[in-house]
Design a protein around this ligand. Sequence first.
Ligand SMILES: Nc1ncnc2c1ncn2[C@@H]1O[C@H](COP(=O)(O)OP(=O)(O)OP(=O)(O)O)[C@@H](O)[C@H]1O
Ligand SMILES: C[C@H](N)[C@H](N)CCCCCC(=O)O
Ligand SMILES: [Mg+2]
Length: 224
Amino acid sequence: MKYAPIFITATNTNVGKTYTTLKLLEALSAKGLRVGVMKPIETGVLDVPLDATLLFETAKRFHPALAQLSLKEIVPYCFELPASPFVAKGRKKVSVEVLQKAYEKIASLCDIVLIEGAGGLLVPIEEDLYMYDFIRLFEAKTLLVGHDALGCINDILLNLHLLDSLGVEDYEWCVNFKEERESFDKITLPFLKKTFGRVLSVQDNMPLIVKSLVTNGDMNGDVL
Ligand SMILES: Nc1ncnc2c1ncn2[C@@H]1O[C@H](COP(=O)(O)OP(=O)(O)OP(=O)(O)O)[C@@H](O)[C@H]1O
Ligand SMILES: C[C@H](N)[C@H](N)CCCCCC(=O)O
Ligand SMILES: [Mg+2]
């Protein structure tokens, strides 16, 4: 059965997209799905693309058929400068057709593909192409990962506001408890709970995140 891909983004770089994508990969594989991965663009690549390599090697462990793909097909664009693609790419052009073709090849081997962005939603790629454009390009559901430190209320709300103003409907958000679980419960949770009723975390709520994002539209929204 085929499911819409999930685009994993975050309130910023270093928040935990790769970490969360790996947890999602594990959870979906445990449910018997053939899970693919893609990192359309990776920057800060000195010799090997670290994110794409980690995602690809892990995905192959769960779904060995992915070995017929090359790393280049998992991460079509690698740039050396640890910066936004717009800056890191220099005069090179990022082609959406190249990205779509790579995605189709991965998807042909899988039930679902996890697509990790670079940085956050408003990271520029070309003059008229931002990271958030990948949601429509890949017709993906979106998982926004927030950090757990002071400032995460503002960061999460800003990103949710952007998703809503872009007309993105199929999204879920969660917090990645990386450093500040203690203080989070005291200084952040009261507002988020009051505003949203529930706060999902990578650590405690992966089943709910999966349930929220992995539905097969053709089958009247059957969930896993
Ligand atoms: N919950 C966590 N507990 C411990 N370490 C974590 C956790 N989440 C992320 N990390 C670590 O923090 C660092 C940044 O996480 P990660 O690489 O997933 O960020 P990212 O959002 O994918 O960054 P980028 O924008 O560069 O792709 C990594 O070293 C990762 O292993
Ligand atoms: C290099 C880093 N790990 C990410 N891949 C790229 C982050 C770009 C962030 C651009 C910005 O928001 O200022
Ligand atoms: Mg990453």
